[in-house]
Design a protein around this ligand. Structure first.
Ligand code: ZN
Length: 368
């Protein structure tokens, strides 16, 4: 496999600055060194692990140019860009909900979006078979004019619009397996039938009031948005069954030109911001299933763009398992917590009530 890998040290320099501290300081809360649960270490440790195992040497490694104003304004209004840039030039601040940024945050967010866009373009045009962009800040919560949930530009939507406008794509499928609802991407494409959006998420986590199974899209977009809200405690078996019974049938019906994954790793078992049990092995299996689906539907064109994931200990192993699978590599990073998980977390395996629930949702979408 020719697998592109996009990263940039500058993405790790994004910071919530002093504004992050205002979110947690009180009489009884000791500030944490990084300020936010979203911090560089999860991403940096993933990249470092790939360096140590040698996986990085098997990939086509690069950065990218920042997304251009033309690319950004296909999704975000000029007024938002102006406000963001001014605040970024003047020490940083907070423009939405839980998205503080420091001086220079605008340029780093544009770089993060540019990396995702380049990864999507390079796979669409055949430069690489598949790709992974270690974008930071993440993007899937970001609405056109309202940043939220650590997301400042909607990276995947910006890349999607670029291939629709300039690289021959007509139908794009976006699967969001970040454990939180992809509310920004859903909102951007809610009334469109050329972009299928699917989000698998922990129900009522973040945002607390979006991501319902009945939100199917509107107008010509009716039926082109699929939400799969799962209860806390679902293991990888429940995710695999969701892929088998809902995601793959939906992708097959849609027949996309490319599949893009909003690749959050916060459905992992040690995540502080969610309560699921998808192990590194589970992420590898899900990646394998999507690679097979992409091979059947769209010449294997598959791009993953990093989203959330907050366990410094475990995110690197999940990311390594995914990227090794994408590259068809035999280099693995032995998951140090696998035995503990398999023995102590029976929910990793299928629970009957999870299966029933997934079956009910599949039927509601017309998949038997
Ligand atoms: Zn998330």
């Amino acid at each position: 496999m020719r697998t592109g890998f996009y990263w940039d040290e500058k993405c790790f320099w994004h910071s919530g600055g002093n504004y992050a501290l205002t979110m947690q300081v009180s009489d009884v809360v000791q500030p944490t060194p990084n300020g936010l649960p979203e911090n560089p270490e999860t991403k940096r440790r993933l990249k470092n692990l790939m360096d140590v195992t040698g996986l990085l040497d098997q990939l086509h490694v690069q950065s990218a140019a920042p997304a251009t104003t033309e690319q950004l304004t296909r999704i975000h209004p000029e007024s938002y860009l102006k406000q963001f840039k001014e605040m970024s030039d003047n020490g940083g601040g907070e423009l939405g909900l839980r998205t503080p940024f420091a001086q220079g945050g605008y340029e780093i967010a544009a770089l993060s979006a540019g990396m995702a866009t380049q990864a999507i373009v390079d796979v669409m045009t055949g430069t690489y078979d598949n790709a992974y962009s270690l974008s930071r800040p993440p993007g899937h919560h970001c609405l056109p004019d309202f940043p939220n949930g650590f997301c400042l530009f909607n990276n995947i939507a910006i890349g999607t619009e670029e291939i629709l406008a300039n690289h021959g794509a007509e139908r794009v499928a976006i699967l969001d397996w970040d454990v939180h609802h992809g509310n920004g991407t859903e909102a951007i494409y809610y009334d469109r039938d050329d972009v299928l959006t699917i989000s698998i998420h922990q129900e009522h986590n973040y945002p607390i009031d979006t991501g319902d199974v009945s939100d199917r899209g509107s107008g010509v977009g009716e039926g082109y948005n699929i939400n799969v809200p799962l209860p806390p405690g679902c293991g990888y078996a429940a995710y695999v069954e969701t892929l088998e019974r809902i995601v793959i049938p939906a992708l097959t019906d849609f027949a996309p030109d490319i599949i893009i994954v909003a690749c959050g790793l916060d459905a992992g078992p040690f995540d502080p911001l969610a309560h699921m049990l998808v192990s590194a092995r589970g992420f590898a299996q899900m990646t394998d299933m999507l690679m097979e689906t992409a091979a059947d539907l769209c010449e294997g064109k598959l791009v993953m763009v990093h989203e959330g994931g907050y366990s410094e200990a475990y995110v690197p192993f999940c990311g390594h398992a995914i990227i090794s699978q994408l590259a068809g590599s035999n280099i693995t990073a032995a998951d140090p917590l696998a035995d503990t998980l398999e023995v102590r977390q029976p929910n990793l395996r299928m629970q009957a009530f999870h299966s029933t629930l997934i079956g009910e949702m599949a039927a509601s979408f017309g998949f038997e």
